[in-house]
Design a protein. Structure first.
Ligand code: N2P
Length: 355
C-alpha cells in the first residue's frame, strides 16, 4: 500500500512539473505570435525611426519594419500571400481596391482613441466613406520641384517637362500611376480616365518625353535634387518640402492644368495575425506628439490637427506643405482603376522600354 502511495505521489509531482513546463512554454509561444510582434509595411523614408523604438519600448511589442516604393509594389507583395503584414500604408485608390477585394480588416475604432485628432476634412473620403478601414497618416500633392538657378522659364505648366531645353535634366517618378497622370493632366484629361484613346495619347506623350528624362526615380530623388543633379523633378509634395529645407535654391509648383492630391493611411490587412497589436501601433502613430515627430522628420503634411498646431509656424504656413484643400479643386484624387490595370501595365512597360 505504502509503495502504491509513493508511486502515485511521484507520478503526481512529475505530472505537475510536466504540465507547468508545457503550460509555460505554450504561453511563451502564444505571446510571441499573438501579442509580442508585428510586421509593419510602409513607404521608404516615411517615418522617424526612433518612433519605432519608442513603440517597442512602450508596449514590449517587437516591430519588423519593411518598406516599399509604390502602391503597386505593396499590392503585389501583399497579395502574393508570403508575408503576414499587420499594418500597411496604402494611398486612397489602393485602399479602395483592397476594400473591394476584401483584403482589409475593419479597424476597431474604439481602440483608436487618438482618432479625434484627425481633421474633419480627412474623414469620410471616397475611398473609405465610413472611416471603417483606414486611419489617415499623411497627405499631399504631386508637383514639380525645380532648381531656380537652373530654370529660367516660369514653372506653371506640365509642358516644361517636354521642353527640349531641359534634355537629361528631368527626373520623373518611377511610379506608373503618377507618371501616366502627369501626361494625362498635360493633355487636359482626367487622371482617372478610362478612355483608351486618351490613355494611348498619354503613353505617346511619355514616349516622346523619354529622351529628355535623366531617369525614373524613387526616394533617391531627394538626394539628387539637393545635390543639384537636375533642373526639374516630378515629386510628392513632402519630398519637395524636405528638399527645400536642405537647399534653398529649390522651389515647388503645382501646374495650372491641375494634379493629383493624395491621402495615405494606415490599414490592417486580413493577413494580420495580431490585429490588437496593429491597432495599438496605429493609435500610437496617431498620438499628436508622435505624429509631429514623423511630420518634422520626413517633411510630409500631417492630417493630425493637434500635431499640426504644434508645428513650426513657418512650416504650418507654407503653401506647399499645407495648401488649403479647397483651393486644390483642379487636383483630383486617384480612383481605383484596377479593372483596367492590364492597360496601365502595358502602357508603363512600353514607356519604360522605349528609347
Ligand atoms: C515617401 C513616399 C510618399 C508617398 N517616400 C506618397 N504617397
Amino acid at each position: 500500500m505504502e509503495q502504491v502511495k509513493k508511486t502515485a505521489a511521484i507520478f503526481l509531482v512529475l505530472a505537475m512539473i510536466f504540465s507547468l513546463t508545457a503550460c509555460g512554454s505554450n504561453d511563451g509561444d502564444s505571446n510571441q505570435n499573438t501579442t509580442a510582434a508585428i510586421t509593419v509595411y510602409n513607404w521608404g523614408d516615411y517615418i522617424d525611426p526612433t518612433v519605432i523604438d519608442d513603440f517597442e519600448k512602450e508596449y514590449g511589442i517587437n516591430v519588423t519594419y519593411e518598406t516599399f516604393a509604390t502602391n503597386e509594389e505593396m499590392y503585389v507583395k501583399l497579395s502574393s500571400g508570403g508575408s503576414n503584414y499587420d499594418v500597411i500604408f496604402p494611398s486612397d485608390y489602393m485602399i479602395a481596391r483592397l476594400i473591394k477585394e476584401d483584403m482589409l480588416h475593419k479597424i476597431d475604432m474604439s481602440k483608436i482613441t487618438n482618432y479625434k485628432h484627425i481633421g474633419e476634412q480627412f474623414k469620410n473620403l471616397g475611398y473609405d466613406p465610413n472611416n471603417e478601414y483606414s486611419v489617415p497618416y499623411m497627405w499631399g500633392t504631386v508637383g514639380i520641384l525645380y532648381n531656380t538657378t537652373m530654370v529660367d522659364d516660369p514653372v506653371d505648366s506640365w509642358d516644361i517637362l517636354w521642353n527640349p531645353k531641359y534634355e537629361k535634366d528631368i527626373f520623373m517618378l518611377d511610379s506608373q500611376r503618377d507618371s501616366i497622370a502627369v501626361a494625362l493632366k498635360k493633355l487636359g484629361y482626367s487622371l482617372n480616365t478610362r478612355d483608351e484613346a486618351q490613355l494611348e495619347e498619354a503613353k505617346q506623350e511619355l514616349i516622346k518625353q523619354r529622351p529628355l528624362v535623366l531617369s525614373y526615380v524613387g526616394d533617391e530623388v531627394k538626394d539628387k535634387m539637393i545635390a543639384g543633379e537636375a533642373a526639374l523633378a516630378v515629386v510628392w509634395s513632402g519630398d519637395a518640402i524636405y528638399c527645400m529645407w536642405e537647399n534653398e535654391d529649390l522651389a515647388y509648383a503645382i501646374p495650372k492644368e491641375g494634379s493629383n492630391k493624395w491621402f495615405d493611411a494606415m490599414c490592417i490587412p486580413k493577413s494580420s495575425k495580431n490585429k490588437e497589436a496593429a491597432e495599438l501601433f496605429i493609435n500610437f502613430m496617431t498620438d499628436p506628439e508622435i505624429a509631429l515627430r514623423n511630420a518634422e522628420y520626413i517633411g510630409y503634411s500631417t492630417p493630425n490637427t493637434a500635431a499640426m498646431e504644434m508645428l513650426d509656424e513657418e512650416i504650418r504656413n507654407d503653401e506647399a506643405a499645407y495648401p488649403d484643400l479647397e483651393s486644390l479643386d483642379n487636383c483630383e484624387v486617384f480612383e481605383d482603376l484596377s479593372d483596367i490595370i492590364g492597360l496601365y501595365n502595358r502602357i508603363w512597360d512600353e514607356v519604360k522600354a522605349s528609347q
